[in-house]
Design a binder for this molecule. Sequence first.
Ligand code: 45D
Length: 163
Amino acid sequence: MTYTQSPNQEINQVAQAFRSLEVDEQLALFWFVYKEMGSSVTPAAPGASTASSEIAEGLFNQVKELSHEQQLQIQRDLINKVDTQISRQYGSLSDTTKLLFWYLLAQGMDNGTIIPMPENYELSSTAQDLLNQIKQKEFEQQITIFRDYVAPMGAEPKSGAEV
Ligand code: 45D
């Protein structure tokens, strides 16, 4: 932590603050972030290589098949780094692919394949505060924040055939 270079320090603080929220609050904040960004992300999406898109989609398709309750549990488990099959697969992805996977989940929420946000959900003031901070950043900085945020989630991939 102490080795963080100054240009990114503020960015990492945002990712850190994000992580220090309760898990459900993190999911809710991430959702609102997606809602804010939605239109700016879409043009960036082709920046993902075909390979990483396919990997992200492969994992997403597994989640999509599950019940809403299980879908929510998987997302909580990823954030809590609970060791599950999905968490391990997630852990083996590149940071960009991880971000892409979350983006697919958010899109799934939009089109009804993934458990939606409860209606009238209100962010805590701390989360709202963070959302405002994120909104003020440049797009590039936002991406850095989200990469930093999603990178440590999931579980260590196990070596060999155990994955
Ligand atoms: O009942 O260069 C609660 C790439 C309450 C390409 C809940 C990119 C209880 C390469 C827990 C709230 C695309 C990667 C329920 C760039 C309750 C590239 C549920 C950019 C139901 C630049 C809450 C990618 C839930 C970017 C389920 C910018 C919440 C990606 C789920 C950004 C929230 C992705 C989710 C973002 C949020 C994804 C899934 C912002 C996802 C957000």
